[in-house]
Design a protein around this ligand. Structure first.
Ligand code: SF4
Length: 307
């Protein structure tokens, strides 16, 4: 890591009273300069309560948008505004409006991995940390539309034994993990436990010893007596896992587990965006007003709920 670059980032951060938030999938050197590193739920909570004037969001676009919605009085910037999320792009406001019209009276539960205009059409948001608990809050006699991640929806549906109508979106990074990748990793590391994110396809989730959000996986590995783990989520999480558990071994379930968008958050771009105070992430005020309510409902529901 360039010491000069880190010093520059620290100085700019102080000058602008900025806070750096980084997702666990961001590169390790960016996680190291962040004030807070977390998953979507933790980052949303921090964005809602920070005292800073500027939020620098080292993640993907929908995360920075969520921060802008929760803290409209603050300036939200990100190292690379082109860091998007293909899953979020798998649904549009027009298509969701049509989906709702086809299922009148249904409650729309929206994974936070979605654009602001999708959240604005939703009843409640969820993250992978609290999806099970969010769905539990919905009365049994209500139909549920779960968007946009069919894999997370399938997992929640199975845990709760509750039918939901899914949008057929997915995260390409997690979807590309196949059962044969996991079986091969198990063969190579027979005494390792397999911890998986519910964004993976159901046939992969079936093979797991533990299913949970990124934070859930981190906590599971730290608390487990086992010392070897096969990890079924994005490789950025290895930075935290190895830091917290120097005596344990971690193996990636498949080399495909790298999100190219998260990796756009380089240290250099982080310094540039602090220097220039851009790219600025803004949300149309009317959409932001409508999107805030389902996000706030989500923040009232506790995390966890994974297996
Ligand atoms: S890991 Fe998947 S869901 Fe997360 S930002 Fe990347 S593409 Fe989107």
């Amino acid at each position: 890591m360039s010491e000069a670059l880190v010093s520059k980032i620290e100085a700019l951060k102080a000058e602008h009273n900025a806070v750096i938030l980084a997702h666990y999938y961001a590169p390790g050197d960016v996680q190291d300069v962040a004030d807070y590193v977390g998953d979507s739920l933790g980052l949303s909570r921090t964005a809602a309560t920070t005292e800073a004037d500027v939020i620098v969001f080292s993640g993907v676009h929908f995360m920075a948008e969520t921060a802008a919605i929760l803290s409209p009085e603050k300036k939200v910037i990100m190292p690379d505004a082109c860091a998007g999320c293909p899953m979020a792009d798998m649904i549009t406001a027009e298509k969701l409006a049509q989906f709702k019209a086809e299922n009148p009276g249904a409650v729309v539960v929206t994974y936070v991995n979605s654009a602001a205009d999708i959240k604005a059409l939703s009843d409640i948001c969820c993250t992978s940390s609290n999806a099970v608990n969010v769905v539990r809050t919905i009365p049994e006699d209500k139909d549920i539309l779960f968007v946009p991640d069919q894999n997370l929806g399938s997992y929640v549906s199975k845990v709760l034994g509750r039918k939901m109508i899914m949008w057929k979106g997915f995260c390409p990074t997690h979807q590309n993990v196949l059962p044969e990748h996991v079986l091969k990793a198990r063969e190579e590391h027979p005494d390792a436990l397999f911890a998986v994110h519910p964004e993976c396809r159901p046939a992969v989730v079936e093979l797991a010893d533990f299913v949970g959000s990124t934070t859930g996986i981190i906590n599971f590995c730290a608390e487990s007596d086992a010392d070897k783990f096969i990890i079924g989520t994005e490789n950025g999480v290895f930075h935290k896992l190895k830091k917290d558990n120097p005596d344990k071994e971690f193996f990636l379930a498949s080399p495909v587990l790298e999100c190219p968008n998260m990796k756009k958050n380089t240290l250099e771009k982080l310094a540039w965006c602090l220097e220039d105070m851009k790219p600025l992430i803004t949300v149309d005020p009317e959409i932001a007003r409508k999107a805030k309510a389902p996000i706030e409902r989500m923040l009232e529901v506790a995390g966890s709920g994974g297996k």
